[in-house]
Design a protein around this ligand. Structure first.
Ligand code: BGP
Length: 476
């Protein structure tokens, strides 16, 4: 028996990627180097030294990939533009050959009835801007980012209706300036909060530019939201969860939606001398920018407990896929992360919690009253290809099915969800985890040797999503 669909008629059933993770062709057609092109060459930074020089060669195979999307019935494809294809040095003359790649990509999507969702920035900052003025640490980046975005706005006016400003600012800033796991590989919280403030100003400026240019369509940031729970009802643990939610979520989403930093967190940062310097006019700018939706990348929840001022700090992440290898982690005086006894974990120790996306959608709806575009959700796992070139990823189907069901429930309760992009469409390069952590509907023969045939194979989840799309989510 087919159930009734809980999803709106024009719901965007989509899937996502990012330039550096799929394109390859890292120096073709005049493309300049990005900070990732440099960072991956530092020994020990990525799993088995993988890089995106070739990735899954989407740059040369986008037509084949789009044909697979079309056959599957995909309604939307989220991709990012590599800034250094448009401006090899970050600014100056437009590199027409680089822009042409995206013009062809967008045209091909539209011809195949797929709505393009364009991410302006998915972490591949021009290396030239990093060298010239330290990238996100200088206010000069604001003008360069707006200028770059405006070129894309004009090029795709009327063709692209959904735009993502910054992808996971919370991740690239924290990984880049606190954990040194992403470029520029810095460990300095003062610099981190300053760079983050400047990224907020850049995000607000781009959103304002989009609206000033009267672009037809919608723009918003994509936030990596990990809803926080308390381990139990011990008030100290509940307060720790509140701290985590304020420090790790509201510190970004409140700025996007309202142009305000959470009060308790600003006090906390000021006490430690690491609060950002806020200049005249900054808060007015942040308040003036109104995103049309909140983009949400949801993978997991976090469970928290009390952490004393001399308690645990940052622990090591699991980037090897060896279950249980991640270390305890927290912010002294605020919270520490503990294992949730009620959920399962992936081999990379990410907690699997479909109810968490329901909670995420409810919280965002109640707090910000904004439409939500789910810009990423998915399961990174080892996949095995059989002798007949089949991939039986029933674990991924289960993960996605449970999350889609939870989204349906949130929609029924009144959350305005515009669409759902799984991460990812094809298998691709995971920044720190190489190729063995796979996410796609489409298996790509590529691995850490980076010598795979690059052939594409449909996984079982490909056919599952095809059915979901055909029934508009009624048949999961
Ligand atoms: C998000 C990023 C993606 C993607 C995904 C999966 O944070 O926006 O680019 O990589 O997470 O993460 P990972 O590759 O670390 O498993």
């Amino acid at each position: 028996m087919t159930e009734q669909s809980k999803f709106p008629k024009d719901f965007l059933w989509g899937s996502a990627s990012a330039a550096y993770q799929v394109e390859g062709a890292w120096d073709e057609d005049g493309k300049g180097p990005s900070v990732w092109d440099e960072f991956v060459r530092i020994p020990g930074k990525t799993f088995k030294g993988t890089n995106g020089d070739l990735a899954v060669d989407h740059f040369h195979r986008y037509q084949e990939d789009i044909a697979l999307m079309k056959e599957q019935g995909l309604k939307a494809y989220r991709f990012s533009v590599a800034w250094t294809r448009i401006f090899p040095e970050g600014r100056g003359e437009v590199n027409q050959a680089g822009l042409d790649f995206y013009i062809h990509l967008v045209d091909e999507l539209i011809e195949n009835g797929i709505e393009p969702v364009l991410t302006l920035y998915h972490w591949d900052l021009p290396q030239a801007l990093q060298e010239e003025y330290q990238g996100w640490e200088s206010r000069k980046v604001i003008e360069d980012f707006v200028n770059y975005a405006a070129v894309l706005f004009e090029a795709f006016r009327g063709k692209v209706h959904y735009w993502v400003s910054l992808n996971e600012q919370n991740i690239f800033i924290q990984m880049g300036y606190m954990l040194a796991l992403h470029p520029p590989g810095v460990v300095d919280q003062k610099r981190m909060y300053q760079a983050n403030h400047i990224a907020n100003l850049a995000n607000a400026s781009v959103i304002n530019k989009f609206h000033e240019m009267q672009m037809p369509g919608k723009i918003g940031p994509s936030f990596a939201y990990t809803p926080n729970y308390a381990i139990d009802s011990n008030p100290e643990n509940v307060l720790a969860a509140e701290n985590a939610e304020d420090l790790m979520a509201h510190y970004w989403m409140d700025v996007y939606a309202w142009g305000e930093y959470p009060i308790a967190i600003m006090k906390f940062l000021e006490k430690q001398g690491i609060a950002p310097t806020i200049e005249d006019g900054d808060m007015e700018l942040l308040r003036s920018a109104k995103p049309d939706f909140m983009g949400v990348n949801y993978y997991q929840t976090a469970t928290n407990a009390f952490n004393p001022i001399d308690g645990v700090g940052q622990g090591k992440m699991n980037t090897t896929g060896k279950k249980g290898s991640s270390e305890e982690s927290g912010v002294p005086g605020m919270y520490k992360k503990v294992a949730n006894p009620f959920v399962d974990r992936t081999n990379w120790d990410w907690e699997i919690d479909p109810t968490g996306i329901h909670i995420a959608l409810r919280r965002i709806t109640s707090r910000y009253r904004l439409p939500i575009l789910i810009t990423e959700n998915g399961l990174g796992e080892y996949d095995k290809i059989t002798a007949d070139n089949e991939i039986h990823d029933d674990y991924r189907i289960k993960y996605l099915k449970d999350h889609v069901a939870a989204i349906g429930d949130a929609i029924e309760e009144g959350c305005d969800v515009l669409g759902y992009c799984t991460w990812s469409y094809t298998d691709l390069l995971s920044w720190l985890n190489g190729y063995q952590k796979r996410y796609g509907f489409v298996y790509v023969d590529q691995d850490e040797t980076q010598e795979g045939s690059l052939k594409r194979y449909k996984k079982d989840s490909y056919y599952w999503y095809q059915r979901v799309i055909t029934t508009n989510g009624a048949n999961l």
